[in-house]
Design a protein around this ligand. Structure first.
Ligand SMILES: [Ca+2]
Ligand SMILES: [Ca+2]
Ligand SMILES: [Ca+2]
Length: 428
């Protein structure tokens, strides 16, 4: 615990440090040690510097006698963390953070250097933060990190926030992506080459395209479009939409290496960009088998998948597939999903499962029970009456097992299932 003498001594040192800081200002950043052995400097930020983007604090700290124990970074009398010490040179320290964590305006930096016998040297510096780039019209991607299943497709919007710019009319940007992971799906098949889709900020009869060109081999998009009179200047919204086809797995950065904004007079307006990414994740897999009661051929069962929440279905695209003669199927989906197997004149079977990315779930075999002809969801007296009325007749709407006859096989199956209602649990 601290004792009173220590506190007094620290107060004394802080007062001394304040004087030393004045000396530091007048001696071109060269600090004087308040202890006999610690020396140090703040090289970045410079006194009075205006910082935006990344706030970097760097300098030198040295104690040839006792060695340096740690270098603390204080901003506005709050300890923000310890700098890394000893790189890139033995005596240098480094610390950095996002300047937007701090409000615009004046701030006080203090660097407290400790040696191994807990003596300190405190260096201080006044600087300002101006996160002004945040106030520029900004072109960005949404969502910032799009999640795509392997082999799947998805959409990134390119949005603009016009901030205070009231006279913006045209936008030209370039975007880069990793062509090993993503390809752009052509939004305009009637035009040669690959294009991205214009967003609603460019009404169909009130815009002019300078360029809209995708190089899928290079991973490069160029887009230059303006509004056209009588359209008013741009407001916040969607400039363009990019449909991606995932062709690999991993994280793909979306960067804007180029941006130029024009106002209605053809003057350039300063702008900012915020890139993003697309994460291509392994997809979940669901497999199972459907057996159809009274049949040896299990084909023709429709298996459909639906999801809740933020789950998704990758394959089949229409969310339904039809089984083969073995009755087996495989779906690609994840999240909390419901699988329903159905066939006319049979009760459907249903299962709900949670499938994680990359997980393979085997539902096992379900049996579809025959005899639900009347469409009320249950096998009951109405179905038996229906079959009996057509027994050995030509109306095959009562042919449950699909053998081309309405006979004792259909009637017995239905009678044995009497009282059952849909849906059947998968494993019943
Ligand atoms: Ca095209
Ligand atoms: Ca029925
Ligand atoms: Ca039959």
């Amino acid at each position: 615990m601290h004792t009173q003498p220590v506190i007094e001594r620290k107060a004394h040192l802080i007062a001394l440090a304040a004087l030393l800081t004045l000396a530091l200002v007048f001696h071109n950043g060269l600090a004087l040690a308040q202890s006999a052995t610690i020396t140090g400097t703040i090289d970045t930020p410079a006194e009075g510097a205006i910082v935006s983007g990344t706030l970097i604090v760097e300098g030198q700290a040295n104690d040839d006698v006792h060695g340096i124990e740690r270098v603390e970074i204080w901003i506005d009398n709050t300890l923000e963390g310890n700098a890394t010490y000893g790189a890139p040179t033995a005596d240098s320290y480094h610390w950095e953070t996002d300047s937007t964590l701090y409000a615009d305006g004046a701030h006080d930096l203090a660097v407290k250097i400790y040696n191994t016998i807990t003596e300190t040297l405190t260096l201080t510096r006044a600087f300002s933060i101006d996160n002004a780039p945040q106030d520029l019209p900004t072109v960005s991607v949404y969502p910032v990190d799009l999640q795509l299943p392997e082999g799947g497709t998805g959409e990134t919007e390119v949005r603009i926030d016009v901030m205070d710019a009231s006279n913006l009319y045209g936008v030209e940007f370039e975007m880069t992506f990793d062509p090993a992971l993503l390809q752009v799906v052509d939004a305009d098949p009637s035009t040669d080459g690959v294009q991205i889709a214009l967003g609603p900020l460019f009404p169909s009869d009130q815009h002019s395209v300078g360029i809209n060109q995708v190089d899928n081999a290079a991973g490069h998009i160029i887009f230059g479009v303006t509004r056209r009179s009588p359209a008013p200047p741009l407001v916040d919204g969607v400039l363009a939409r990019i449909t991606w086809q995932a062709t690999g797995a991993g994280e793909c950065d979306l960067n804007f290496p180029y941006l130029k904004l024009s106002d209605t007079s053809g003057f350039e307006v300063a702008g900012a960009t915020e890139g993003g990414s697309v994460s291509i994740v392994p997809v979940g897999q669901i497999s199972g088998v459907t057996n159809v009661q009274g049949r040896t051929d299990n084909s023709g069962v429709q298996v459909c998948v639906s999801h809740s929440g933020d789950g998704f279905i990758l394959d089949p695209p229409g969310a339904c597939i039809t089984t083969d003669a073995q009755g087996s199927f495989t779906l690609f989906a994840q999240g909390t999903v419901t699988i329903k197997a159905s066939l006319a004149k049979y009760l459907n079977s249903q299962a709900s499962v949670s499938v994680a990315p990359g997980e393979a779930v085997d539902l096992g075999t379900t049996l579809l029970h025959g005899g639900e002809i009347t469409g009320d969801g249950c096998i009951n007296i109405f179905d038996l009456v229906y079959i009996a009325a057509r027994y050995r007749g030509t109306d095959l709407s009562a042919d449950v097992n699909g053998d081309g006859q309405v006979d004792i096989l259909d009637l017995s199956m239905t009678a044995a299932n009497f009282g059952m209602c849909a849906p059947s649990a998968w494993t019943e």
